[in-house]
Design a protein around this ligand. Sequence first.
Ligand code: HEC
Ligand code: HEC
Ligand code: HEC
Ligand code: HEC
Ligand code: HEC
Length: 487
Amino acid sequence: MSSLPRSATRTFGRLWNYANNFWTIAGAILTTVSALLLLTFALVEAVGGIRNPYIAGFAYLVLPAFFVLGLVLIPFGMWRRRRRLLRSGATAWELDAFPKLDFNDPQLRKVATIVIVLTAINGVILGAASYMGIEHMETVEFCGTSCHSVMHPEHTAYQNSAHSRVACVQCHIGPGASWFVRSKLDGLRQVWHTAMNTYHRPILTPLRTLRPARETCEACHWPAMHYGDKLRSFARFAEDETSTPAYSVMLIRTGGGALDAGRHGGIHWWHIYSDNRIRYLAADARRESISWAELRTADGKVTTFVRNGTEAPTPAEVEGGARVMDCIDCHNRPSHYYAPPGKAVDAILERHEDLRTLPFFKREALKALTAPYPTHAAGVAGVRDALVAQYRSAEAAPERVALVARAADAVAAVYDRSFFPEMKTDWSTHPSHIGHDDFPGCFRCHDGEMQAAGGDRAITGECETCHAFLVQESAQKPDLARLTVSP
Ligand code: HEC
Ligand code: HEC
Ligand code: HEC
Ligand code: HEC
Ligand code: HEC
């Protein structure tokens, strides 16, 4: 035995001998088939793009995994077979773990060329597949629709928001590798809960792992270029027969500016751009009841505020639980806002004034919207049917039929955007912090109950600090083009 010639031909033969086993052959088939499928999907993608998130998920996430699995199985099977051969009596010398390479041997050069070319092709396939996989995981389709109904509420609200052209990842991950990795690890946990059907219904809010908002929002809304008060005009309607309107116009003192760009005052200046830093402690997980806040100004001065009737927290409690206020402590629903039904129906009536000719329209719309429905689809249909049934009349003129149909569609659309029984999600489970009308919002701190240490003042609840009413609850529709300055 020991006199066997040790040529490359033998090396090749020996490798072949090792490869001749179930695992290696299965691995080779798996790798080849997934590579071919990947190539096909890449061609389809190049021609028209893959729209279906499940197919895309399979193509870019499952196939590359099979491809790699196959590549791993090939040497694994060879290693197992070598061990078997050794056990069944072959000598270690005969089965050297590493072939002695002699590149003067043309046979060996041929083998080496094949190995190098195959490795290069594998590298290209793997590189392209992981690039496509990552790109796919960044798409709105992947985040919003891969997990069936789980993200249905967030995805729907998102599509109806000012940010419907901003990708999920621009707010939820932002730039940089470390947050990318964190989000993928977090994603694995979410995939597990989805697969095990153990996810929360509704999905919990606030998000504990959200990146500090200033690192994401300010990619688009940056301080120095972001200022100016906001004129807001809106109508509220009564639940009476004619859905009587009351019009208001308010100037919201958004303000802005930055220390270097100049002071513009107002809400943004105070909370964000003046370099004031506000921290707070909430008594509940949803950050709804705030008991302590601290203001640190750019000059280093610190003022703390404690809610009347509560004890000041210990320094350990502050260090352990205080949250530095950023954009999302006010704008927590920039892209997932579920309008309270009253506000949503007001918005319909503001745009379709003729619906006020339907008696008690607001009252009936609210009744249909707040009735219980087992599923989202049943709710959309149920709301539409309830309104059609309510306003159907025997002598129905065609215009009236069309009006009722438009009314029913508009209210059903409200249900479609804001109520998700399967996920137990609606406007009441996901409060908005802007304002103080439907939820505590700004009044979590600005309710006049948060006293400064020393007790000489409270965080202001003065209405005009935040907004000024130019018109308040007028029966007449205001004419904004006629606002004048006093002589
Ligand atoms: C404009 C920025 C922005 C975009 C775009 C965005 N989100 Fe969000 N998302 C937020 C903020 C802010 C929160 C609330 C964080 C909080 O209160 O802690 C949030 C919360 C969530 C939550 C937790 C439940 C909730 O409503 O609080 C989920 C789930 C979610 N987003 C999924 C998505 C998906 C899926 C997309 C894309 C279809 C998306 N988001 C796009 C900013 C965004
Ligand atoms: C990729 C860019 C981008 C990012 C990131 C982004 N926004 Fe926006 N945002 C926009 C654009 C563009 C608009 C204006 C949309 C319009 O007027 O239709 C907008 C509008 C808004 C508005 C006004 C909404 C309204 O209904 O009028 C608010 C408030 C806002 N963004 C807050 C945020 C917050 C908070 C974040 C971070 C969580 C954020 N944005 C992240 C691009 C962005
Ligand atoms: C203290 C609360 C608060 C904080 C913190 C805050 N905002 Fe606002 N922001 C408001 C209010 C109130 C409005 C006006 C009401 C509205 O647009 O709904 C507003 C309006 C806006 C608008 C729309 C401006 C317009 O004129 O249409 C954008 C964009 C915006 N904020 C972005 C941000 C970003 C980005 C951050 C973080 C860097 C931030 N805000 C932090 C309260 C806040
Ligand atoms: C976590 C507590 C907290 C929340 C929530 C909060 N604020 Fe404030 N705000 C403060 C503190 C603290 C100050 C500084 C008060 C002081 O020094 O008297 C302040 C100051 C302000 C000021 C400047 C007041 C002045 O004296 O000129 C405005 C305007 C303001 N906030 C608007 C808002 C608006 C609008 C919201 C809701 C969208 C809001 N704040 C939500 C804590 C909060
Ligand atoms: C800390 C700031 C702040 C204070 C103080 C404040 N508001 Fe507001 N208010 C807001 C914000 C922010 C909104 C919401 C603007 C939006 O939806 O864009 C709002 C909205 C409103 C609305 C409109 C509600 C609707 O139907 O949409 C009314 C009415 C109102 N405030 C009345 C008052 C009155 C009265 C006071 C004084 C007792 C007061 N506010 C004090 C910040 C404040």
